[in-house]
Design a protein around this ligand. Structure first.
Ligand code: T5A
Length: 222
């Protein structure tokens, strides 16, 4: 049954380049939160809701070349609108925490900084679709691009490579720099975590950030 008296949940996003361990860490954080008595929903972008998953299939179709940056930004924000309206928003309203594997910083980094889309375009879409409903905390998993790409390739095996993974190594190094610039511009929301250790070591570092930044809410929810 829905608890309408619970305080609004906390929204946490994970960001970073390919294979930095976002999905792995999102699940490990859900387990840590459960141990602290906090129920969290893990979701992802692009996708998460059924409408957004259909848009994901278009964006990541291995048989289709990448759309231009403007078209991609519109599609990512269309997916984000559905995701926020049908999944993330309702979960937060009932007091559940939400952990999202990628969110708006991915559009800022990939389509904005790397796609050279004017930042005003991304920020106008952000204001229209997300407004004040963005993440309370963003954890940027930072890793040299070649390590992340090697991890992603090992996991993928023979499965199809999408257009993003096909980009040159220089693209992925520039992406890392773009993310670090975003973190430097918004240190109150974005925390950088070294993702080069083993999954448990990274999870410990993530948990240290979450407990330090959200101590009051953890004490209330636990
Ligand atoms: N995109 C997305 C945009 O351009 N704009 C946007 O607005 C949005 C939302 C999404 C693509 O769309 C782009 C960005 C992306 O290119 P995706 O398939 O969802 O595509 O790709 P990623 O989000 O990059 O997901 P990956 O699965 O590639 O990376 P993760 O989630 O960072 O990594 P994870 O956890 O799956 O781990 C990868 C492998 O490494 C191992 C895991 O076991 C796994 O095998 N691993 C580790 N190995 C060693 N040490 C560790 N610490 C490890 N952690 C995980």
């Amino acid at each position: 049954m829905t608890d309408r008296t619970a305080p609004r949940g906390i929204f946490i996003s994970f960001e970073g380049g390919e294979g930095t361990g976002k999905s792995t860490q999102a699940k490990l954080l859900r387990e840590r939160l459960a141990g602290a008595g906090v129920s969290a929903l893990v979701t992802r972008e692009p996708g998460g809701s059924s409408g957004a998953e259909r848009i994901r299939a278009l964006l990541l179709d291995p048989d289709h070349p990448r759309f231009g940056a403007r078209a991609e930004a519109l599609l990512f924000y269309a997916a984000r609108a559905d995701h926020l309206e049908t999944l993330i928003g309702p979960a937060l309203e009932t007091g559940r925490w939400v952990i999202c594997d990628r969110f708006s910083d991915s559009t800022r980094a990939y389509q904005g900084a790397l796609g050279r889309l004017e930042s005003a375009v991304v920020e106008n879409l952000e204001a229209l679709v997300v407004g004040e409903n963005g993440p309370d905390l963003t954890i940027l998993l930072d890793l040299p691009a070649e390590i992340g790409l090697a991890r992603a390739a090992a996991r993928r095996g023979d499965a199809g490579v999408d257009g993003f993974e096909r980009e040159a190594p220089a693209f992925h190094e520039a992406l890392r720099r773009a993310y670090l610039d975003l973190a430097a511009a918004d240190p109150g929301r974005i925390a950088v975590v070294d993702a080069s250790g083993d999954p448990d070591a990274v999870a410990n570092a993530v948990w240290a950030v979450v407990t330090a930044r959200l101590a009051s809410r953890l004490a209330v929810s636990a």
